[in-house]
Design a protein around this ligand. Structure first.
Ligand SMILES: [Fe+2]
Ligand SMILES: [Fe+2]
Length: 174
């Protein structure tokens, strides 16, 4: 996939900064999503690939909301491999709502960001059709990243977006 422009890369890094600084977001490094990839790395990768897909399609999108919604789309805070039902229903169906509730406890989200989080599991959650272009991008990027992770083909980890610094990120994912 094509690289993002410098302006888009800077926007990405500036937008994720306050979110990944959140204590609970840091806790998601301890939770595994697929394979050996944490929920933290998965969430950031989904945000990065959503941006790349949006750029590839040349869609007119709210990039800041796209990144914020994507980073928080799996902010559910429990190990779904151990606890598949936290009381709201099976993980696959229930976690978009759990994630949006959690996210709203820590961040002020706009309607687009909430839609991104709540609708990202479509078509599993069949009645929750993504409403905005940004929600579609995250819905697709999430499936793409999940597949890479499950097959062991993903190239990112917790440090990809944090410790390696801007140039390194640019070379790997963005
Ligand atoms: Fe999810
Ligand atoms: Fe996800």
């Amino acid at each position: 996939m094509k690289k993002l422009t410098k302006a888009d890369r800077d926007l990405f890094l500036d937008t994720i900064e306050p979110i990944i600084g959140n204590e609970n977001m840091q806790e998601t490094k301890k939770l595994i999503q697929h394979g050996n990839v944490s929920v933290f790395a998965h969430s950031l990768a989904v945000a990065a690939y959503s941006m790349k897909l949006g750029a590839m399609l040349e869609w007119d999108i709210d990039k800041r909301s796209l990144i914020r919604g994507a980073v928080l789309h799996d902010f559910f805070m429990y190990d779904w491999h151990r606890v598949n039902d936290i009381g709201d229903g099976l993980h696959g169906f229930a976690h978009p709502n759990t994630a949006s509730k959690n996210a709203l406890r820590h961040f002020r989200l706009n309607k687009l960001e909430i839609d991104i989080i709540r609708k990202h599991m479509w078509p599993l959650t069949f009645t929750k059709l993504p409403k905005y272009r940004e929600s579609w991008l995250v819905c697709i990027a999430d499936k793409y990243c999940s597949l890479l992770e499950t097959l062991g083909l993903s190239t990112y980890n917790d440090d990809t977006f944090v410790k390696m610094g801007r140039n390194r990120i640019t070379k790997t994912i963005l």
